[in-house]
Write a protein that binds this ligand. Structure first.
Ligand code: UGA
Length: 448
């Protein structure tokens, strides 16, 4: 099948490379010439495990190509996926759909034979209707259908998620389009991935509902973690005890500094806005978004409290900057709020992240000293804080860390160490919601 991906960002590139790997003929289109030139050279603009190899091997096999010219490939395509960005619109948080609509207009002008236009970007309910209206207006005679096919892959595990999805949601009531989509996903049908055929609007909403629910799960356990700190309970055990109930499930119950990334913060806001517009406010999601926002900055106060109430004139080493491991993505990362809060409180920041430092330099305000590794980062620091659970931070030589630091204070916002193990080494240790072993109570945090 001939597939075109419009937008070669995260979702477009991963989906395009995976479709090519299924055996389809895929052209990835992007307006940014430098990005396309780099992709043609086999250079991948994002960090995603396995992606470079997948892109290179499929390009070498002639199944995957890159271009800035949309019209040529679209005119011959069976399916054209729209995978452009839908950032939060300034002011109201609603998804900015200008790129989606611009792409729709360009696709419309280029349509040749019957083509299925698929929105893969996360788009609010009703966007497919608008895409259809735009295309119909520009090309009344064209044969096409507009389908919603939301993507559920996670950064850092994107290829695995794409190739072995929990489910595929296909939103269209057009039988011919359903058949094209069945052909596109045939290799996954054969792997017996569940396919859910729904209406277009249902598919659009399913994506937001799933992300909002996961964000709620995380925020729920984060609040339980705060309570654990007060009552002397252990949030990891609480999560285990909850998660063993099949109705709840153990995933996405890791307490931490709050969720970040390019999806949950943006998608919860967009869902809130849609629900308000339709007169059915999503109050739970509204609360989740507000609680998460406050939490990220509160983590800065947690560090201050662990340092005895002040970080003025002190140096804090930040280990991990990206919103999660195995990505270089800094979008809405908790590290941004934490670092800003610490700088506001008078701290000097040293930082290390295995992949995210280039992106961090572009978004972090204020002076930050970027280091080459974790040990250089903690040198002469008054406290070290683990923000992202990269594997290399799980097995630090704690004796070496202690001797390098000016004072051995470790704040572990991902609970990757055991309290006793770290304290035995002479550290003051604070974590998230592991109760009595935590010397820093939230009261102390609020007061700081
Ligand atoms: C998320 C969803 O998991 C994907 O299914 C979805 O396709 C994607 O958004 C999207 O809409 O494109 P992603 O943003 O890549 O994927 O990352 P997640 O693994 O979901 O993590 C999001 C944030 O939640 C991270 O900051 C992570 O640290 C945090 N988190 C996750 C926790 O704090 N605790 C958990 O138990 C799980």
């Amino acid at each position: 099948m001939k597939i075109v991906m419009v937008g070669s960002g995260y979702v477009g590139l991963v989906s395009g490379a995976c479709f090519a790997d299924f055996g389809h003929e895929v052209v990835c289109v992007d307006k940014q010439e430098s990005k396309i030139a780099a992709l043609k050279r086999g250079e991948i603009p994002i960090f995603e495990p396995g992606l470079t190899e997948l892109v290179r091997s499929n390009a070498a096999a002639g199944r995957l190509s890159f271009t800035t010219d949309l019209a040529g490939p679209v005119s011959a395509a069976d399916a054209v996926f729209i995978a452009v960005g839908t950032p939060s619109r300034r002011g109201d948080g609603f998804a900015d759909l200008s790129y989606v609509y611009a792409a729709s207009r360009e696709i419309a002008q280029a349509l040749g034979r019957y083509t299925v236009i698929v929105t893969k970007s996360t788009v609010p309910v009703g966007t497919g209707d608008e895409v259809e209206r735009i295309v119909r207006e520009l090309r009344p005679e064209a044969e096409f259908a507009v389908v919603s096919n939301p993507e559920f892959l996670r950064e850092g595990a994107a290829i695995e998620d794409f190739k072995r999805p929990d489910r595929i949601v296909i939103g269209t009531e057009d039988a011919r389009a359903q058949q094209v989509m069945a052909d596109v996903y045939r290799p996954l049908y054969l792997n017996s991935a569940p396919i859910l055929n729904t209406s277009r609007r249902t598919a659009e909403l399913t994506k937001y509902a799933a992300n909002a629910f996961l964000a709620t799960k995380i925020t729920f356990i984060n609040e339980m973690a705060d309570l654990c700190e007060q009552v002397g309970a252990n949030v990891q055990d609480v999560a285990r005890g909850m998660g063993l109930d099949n109705r709840i499930g153990g995933k996405f119950l890791h307490a931490g500094p709050g969720y970040g990334g390019s999806c949950f913060p943006k998608d919860t806001l967009a869902l809130i806005k849609t629900a308000q517009d339709y007169g059915t406010p999503a109050r739970i999601v509204e609360t989740v978004a507000a609680v998460n926002e406050q939490r990220k900055r509160a983590m800065g106060r947690k560090v201050v409290a662990a340092c005895g109430g002040s970080v003025r004139g002190k140096t804090v080493a930040v280990l991990g900057l990206t919103f999660k491991p195995n990505t270089d993505d800094m979008r809405d990362s908790p590290s941004l709020s934490i670092i800003t809060a610490l700088q506001d409180a008078g701290a000097t920041i040293r930082a290390f992240d295995p992949e995210g430092m280039e992106q961090a330099k572009a978004v972090l305000p204020g002076a930050v000293t970027y280091c080459d590794n974790a040990y250089e980062c903690v040198e002469d620091a008054d406290a070290a804080v683990i923000v992202t659970e990269w594997n290399i931070f799980r097995a630090l030589d704690l004796d070496r860390v202690r001797t390098l630091m000016r004072s051995p204070i470790l704040i572990d916002l991902r609970n990757i160490y055991r309290g006793e193990q770290v304290r035995e080494k002479g550290f003051v240790y604070a974590d998230i919601g592991r109760g009595i072993s935590d010397p820093v109570s939230s009261h102390a945090i609020d007061a700081a």
